[in-house]
Design a protein around this ligand. Structure first.
Ligand SMILES: Cc1ncc(COP(=O)(O)O)c(C=O)c1O
Length: 392
């Protein structure tokens, strides 16, 4: 998982490109720090489970026993790591988090209601609901007293008053790396409760990756009120780096959803992959040691980026190291009189580093870039150095 800290960045990049991931082959760049895939691989037990499933010929539709085991493993993980008691029968496999959002929007929320998306946001949350015939109401996040991104609850309240009925809560947050605390989540539940039928889609896909001894707090675990509003989506896809295995989990805590579910179950769960279910079970039951090591490496990569960026920090770049996720959110606005229209391209042409343009995360992200820290350490340092140099 770790890389030789003295290895040459271009050799490392060449090896990763040869391995052929989307991150390293989807964009023409010398350093691929864009899409949220990790170069650290996955846990051997997860790979073994996927291989065993294939070896046993488990490549058909999802057998009920495996599905039930996923519910049990998801519940075990949430009890052990987050102190949240999940009913295994209320855990349902879906292909991915976007499918979970689609089901929530189309079947578990008032028909036709707009979707409230705090911004900056994971990019598809701003576009996908429109494809499902829903208006998106972007709500810029605020900066709290500690300089961190925080929910603007008054603005969320306004968006719900304007008709929004699904609030997309991403926690830990992509792209800002914020890990919301219990008080903030409880305050959101209070605001949402003022609006008849309003729901919270809690995207907790980054929950396994939190730093500095923090503990992820699942939204639905905060109170009975939050549980009655929540539709929770989680997955092994970020923590164990297996998005291609197509298995997320949707956790229902509102009784009314449990009544609706049988009607949507077949279509909603059909895309979850049998091999992905086997891999997720292995990750949750046997992959926690590997995860903890990976999170320690990713946490240290925040220092690696700081090292690379050093000469620009405070003058041309502002950032707060992420509390969770392996994404760094850099404010480059101090470096420009006028921010270039396509900031990711501007950066890539000058540095060879592929990043995500903050503007793709909503207007609130204009002038920011998102940098993926899940690369070998020398590449993280080098990406930081090149960024700092191009802003001179
Ligand atoms: C916040 C967030 N939600 C959802 C996803 C998509 O997850 P998946 O497609 O693996 O379910 C991502 C991927 O980067 C993400 O960052």
């Amino acid at each position: 998982m770790t890389s030789d800290p003295s290895a040459d960045p271009s050799t490392l990049a060449g090896r990763l490109r040869d391995a052929g991931s989307l991150k390293w082959t989807g964009v023409d760049a010398q350093i691929a720090a864009w899409v949220a895939e990790s170069d650290l691989g996955t846990a051997p037990v997860v790979l073994a489970a996927a291989r065993d499933a294939v070896g046993a010929g488990l490549v058909g539709y999802l057998p009920p026993a495996l599905r039930a085991d996923l519910g049990a493993a998801t519940a075990e993980l949430h009890a052990e790591r987050y102190g949240w008691d999940v009913d295994p029968a209320r855990v349902h496999p879906v292909a991915d988090v976007l499918t979970a959002l689609q089901v929530t929007v189309e079947h578990l929320s008032p028909a036709g209601a707009p979707v409230v998306v705090p911004t900056p946001a994971y990019m598809p949350f701003l576009t996908a609901p429109r494809l499902w015939g829903r208006e998106v109401l972007p709500v810029p996040m605020r900066t709290d007293d500690a300089g961190r991104a925080a929910l603007d609850l008054d603005a969320v309240d306004d968006a719900l008053r304007a008709g929004g009925r699904v609030v997309v809560l991403t926690n830990p947050h992509n792209p800002t790396g914020r890990v919301h605390d219990r008080d903030e989540l409880a305050a959101l539940a209070d605001v949402v409760s003022r609006h008849e039928g309003a729901r919270v889609f809690a995207d907790e896909v980054h929950a396994p990756i939190v730093h500095d001894g923090r503990r992820h707090v699942p939204y639905a675990s905060v109170s009975a009120l939050a549980a009655s509003q929540a539709v929770t989506a989680t997955s092994a896809s970020k923590g164990w780096n297996v998005p291609g295995l197509k298995c997320a989990q949707l956790v229902l805590t509102a009784d009314r959803d449990v009544h609706v579910w049988p009607r949507v179950d077949h279509v909603a769960t059909h895309g979850a992959s049998t091999v992905g279910v086997a891999a997720a079970i292995a990750a949750y039951r046997h992959g926690l040691g590997w995860l903890d090591d990976a999170v320690a490496v990713l946490g240290e990569h925040r220092t690696a980026l700081a090292e690379g960026l050093a000469e620009a920090v405070g003058t041309r770049v502002r950032w707060t190291p992420p509390e969770g996720t392996y994404l760094a959110w850099l404010d480059l606005r101090p470096a420009f009189e006028v921010v270039p229209d396509d900031l990711a391209r501007w950066v890539r042409e000058r540095t060879g580093v592929a990043v995500v343009d903050g503007a793709a995360c909503g207007e609130a992200g204009r002038g920011f870039v998102r940098v993926n820290l899940a690369m070998p350490r020398p590449l993280v340092v080098e990406a930081g150095r090149r960024l700092a140099a191009c802003l001179r």
